[in-house]
Design a protein around this ligand. Structure first.
Ligand code: ZN
Length: 439
């Protein structure tokens, strides 16, 4: 029986008020309290804030190798995509694997213990398992989604024809990866979802068939929705309705569905999402970077919509820093609604328990006995926290990176360094990959 005791935290964000210790046994939180003991490993958390691991609900990890591409730096969504598609078409499976490793390592350093990923293009023999292998190596809990694009330029869609796939082949591969990698059991380290890329890159038929397939297999559905004004206009011009109506008509509402962005949801759409338990991945930094707007986070939370945070792809953020996302979520709501629009603890709740709910997990997202031991330990003795009166106010005066990170009780970050992969070597490889991609 493997035990780890996190002992003597200055603050612990848990239901158990005043607790300082967490006892972990076989990857599960066995107890939260004070004065706990073990014969196993002890992690001294003196001077530290301990929080649940953060949950990332939207990402395109392959994009880690296309950060800050000059021609895409100042573009709106559609122009940005047109700039990047030809570069992504040159990716190999090795590029996708490396990008995923680096992206997940960066997320881990920002306190993230569970990440979803949305891979929607498969150039040059790339397969979903290139990302699944990377996640197992880094040691993060992983929710890969099998994305897809089927409507190329010649058929009126946005992506070049070379990047789209046939719809029968897409559905066949969804079945293959679900059967091979989806684990529905509690504590699962890998759960697969089905995720056609967006209404502007796949057909209505594929959206509908994907929903039927996901329900038949008992997996979740994910896509982009209502990201900006262009996106809404496309929906109105092409489908004759707003994005919410489009989603509802094709079976894309329900507590097994989550949509990325939803910046432009109107009142009726927020009510639809609340009524049906449809989740949202809120990606504030990406929305700022692409000038998409401010998502109605406060309105969604008040209505009861399940909301988590997403860093979104590194080509539009360009960081994979989930803590930064929580701070940005808090700041953005205040820009539009005033200083009491979203508190630090509410933003952290969206980043943890909110994300867990969006991914359909009741076994992570909080620090409580019986839940999986996904834990972030933040050292409050650095310069960023010096003089702070509220030690739980991580998003106002706290470190930017974790000191230690446990996933399923395993230390993935120790003393600020990723333990599972050799990050300097990966960064060197990224330099070489860039030379290839820039051609
Ligand atoms: Zn996205």
């Amino acid at each position: 029986m493997a035990e780890v005791l996190i002992r003597g935290a200055e603050r612990l964000l848990a239901d158990a008020a005043g607790a300082t210790d967490i006892l972990v046994r076989d990857g599960v939180i066995a107890a939260v309290g004070t004065g706990l003991r073990t014969e196993g490993e002890v992690i001294d958390a003196t001077g530290c804030l301990v929080t649940p691991g953060l949950v990332n609900t939207h990402h395109h990890l392959y994009q880690t190798l296309t950060r800050a591409v000059p021609a895409g730096q100042d573009a709106l969504l559609f122009g940005w995509l047109r700039t990047l598609y030809p570069i992504w078409a040159r990716f190999t499976p090795e590029h996708v694997h490396l990008a995923t490793q680096i992206g997940l390592a960066e997320l881990a350093l920002s306190g993230c213990t569970t990440s979803s990923d949305h891979l929607y293009l498969f150039p040059n023999g790339t397969r979903l398992e290139d990302t699944i292998r990377a996640a197992a190596e880094v040691g993060l809990r992983f929710h890969p989604t099998r994305g897809a694009m089927s409507i190329g330029e010649s058929a009126g869609g946005l992506p070049p024809d070379a990047l789209v796939e046939g719809e029968a082949a897409i559905l066949e591969d969804c079945i293959r990866v679900i059967d091979a990698f989806h684990d529905p059991s509690p504590g699962a380290m890998c759960r697969v979802g089905v995720a056609p890329c967006s209404p502007f890159s796949v057909s209505r038929e594929l959206m509908r068939d994907a929903a039927l397939l996901a329900r038949d297999k008992g997996v979740r559905l994910h896509t982009h929705l209502a990201e900006n004004d262009e996106d809404v206009r496309y929906s109105e011009a092409t489908f004759g309705c707003r994005p919410g109506q489009y989603a509802e008509d094709l079976g894309w509402t329900g507590d097994d569905v989550w949509h990325a962005h939803c910046v432009k949801l109107d009142r009726a759409e927020i009510d639809l999402f609340a009524r049906t338990g449809t989740g949202v991945a809120h990606c504030p930094c990406s929305n700022c970077r692409l000038g998409s707007g401010v998502a109605p986070l406060r309105g969604m939370l008040d209505a009861g919509v399940p909301v988590g945070l997403g860093v979104d792809g590194s080509a539009s953020n360009d960081r994979a820093d989930l803590l930064d996302e929580a701070r940005q979520a808090m700041l953005l709501q205040r820009v539009t609604r005033g200083a009491d629009a979203l508190s630090v603890l509410e933003a952290l709740d969206v980043a943890t328990a909110g994300g867990a709910r969006v991914l359909g997990r009741d076994d992570i997202g909080r620090l409580a006995p019986g839940l999986r031991a996904d834990v972030a330990i933040w050292d409050l003795r650095g310069v960023e926290s010096a003089g702070s009166w509220d030690r739980a106010a991580l998003l106002l005066a706290g470190p930017r990176r974790v000191r230690d990170l446990l996933v399923e009780g395993r230390r993935v970050v120790r003393d600020g360094r990723v333990t599972t992969v050799d990050l300097p070597v990966l960064i060197e490889r990224a330099e070489r990959a860039l030379a290839e991609l820039m051609g």
